[in-house]
Design a binder for this molecule. Structure first.
Ligand SMILES: Cc1cc2nc3c(=O)[nH]c(=O)nc-3n(C[C@H](O)[C@H](O)[C@H](O)COP(=O)(O)OP(=O)(O)OC[C@H]3O[C@@H](n4cnc5c(N)ncnc54)[C@H](O)[C@@H]3O)c2cc1C
Ligand code: FES
Length: 284
């Protein structure tokens, strides 16, 4: 596991640092990307792929959101968000130039060091590609350290494909494979249709050499684990990012408890063999 770099914001980890909102970029329907610059402390804001921040809309509340930008070019700090409730909608309404609070970065990252030398399978569903995008940047910035890289991405519809331009650029490269599928196609969609886990079934992996990183709805990750297991990929080589409601993000309050683990402190990225017995219990 790589060392986690404390950020300037962590001087008091309960105290949000002030950030200026530079850009609000609508992605599609209720999904948008915020780009932020720090007003307190020095730039850049160092983070590892897979870590998250607590974003605070003043007077409304605080929510955990994964960092979605390039860890090697952390300014501006990017977060891609789906507006689902009070805080995320308040974040969506913020005007460029306004201020918001940031605590972080928190959590265990994707296994970028453990995966060196391995073939990588990166599988995302919907907005789950946001926490995986920093991992993609990371491995592409260090391409020679990794074996083959396959990115599988499933969106609900062609209009809901996140980071379309980058996906296109990555797909044009000769040193990685990118496959995209949608649940519901429009007339002009020429690509694949069907659930993202179907893409796995059509590929063969060298199971002992593969490390898989998954993020998306839990049901999708459940089927993806099954598909990877069928290909012979062991649970100890599968990593996934979990979401739970959070308050402190520091392992104090217990809001994010997941069996014996706290998602904020022990996750959000877990090696699957650690959580496998709990993962199939839906109430947890
Ligand atoms: C580590 C981590 C990283 C995350 N990264 C992102 C991200 O990059 N982009 C993003 O859009 N969201 C992300 N989330 C989810 C995000 O934190 C929630 O959507 C947010 O807290 C909702 O707050 P709200 O006040 O807007 O809505 P609320 O009023 O709190 O909730 C609105 C609805 O969303 C449901 N909900 C709330 N939190 C979650 C959750 N964690 N998972 C599933 N459903 C939930 C509620 O049950 C309710 O139905 C992440 C969560 C975690 C724990
Ligand atoms: S959010 Fe408080 S323990 Fe995880």
């Amino acid at each position: 596991m790589i060392a986690l770099t404390p950020s300037p914001a962590l001087a008091d980890p309960m105290l949000p640092a002030r950030f200026r909102l530079d850009t609000v970029r609508p992605e599609f329907s209720d999904v948008f990307t915020l780009e932020l610059s720090p007003l307190d402390g020095p730039e850049p804001f160092d983070f590892q792929p897979g870590q998250f921040n607590m974003l605070y809309s003043y007077g409304v509340g605080e929510v955990p959101i994964s960092i979605s930008g390039d860890p090697d070019r952390p300014a501006p700090l990017s977060h891609t968000i789906r507006a689902v409730g009070a805080v995320t909608r308040a974040l969506q309404r913020l005007e460029p130039g306004t201020m918001l609070g940031v605590r972080g970065p928190f959590g265990h990252p994707w296994p970028v060091t453990e995966a060196e030398g391995a073939d990588l399978v990166i599988l995302a569903g919907g907005i789950g590609i946001a926490p995986l995008r920093p991992l993609i940047y990371w491995v592409l910035n260090r391409r020679r350290r990794y074996g083959s890289i396959c990115i599988f991405y499933g969106a609900r519809s062609p209009d809901e494909i996140l980071y379309l331009t980058e996906l296109g650029a990555w797909r044009a490269r000769f040193d990685l494979c990118v496959e995209v599928t949608v649940d519901r196609a429009s007339r002009d969609w020429m690509g694949k249709v069907g659930v993202v886990t179907k893409l796995l079934a059509n590929k063969t992996f060298s199971a002992p050499d593969t490390v898989a990183c998954l993020c998306g709805p839990e049901v999708m990750m459940r089927y993806a684990v099954m598909a990877l297991n069928e290909q012979g990929v062991d649970d100890s080589r599968i990593y996934l990012s979990m979401e739970r409601n959070m308050k402190c993000a520091l392992g104090f309050c217990g809001h994010c408890q997941y069996g014996a683990d706290f998602v904020c402190r022990d996750g959000p990225v877990f090696r699957f063999d650690r959580i496998a017995p709990r993962f199939n219990i839906r109430e947890l």
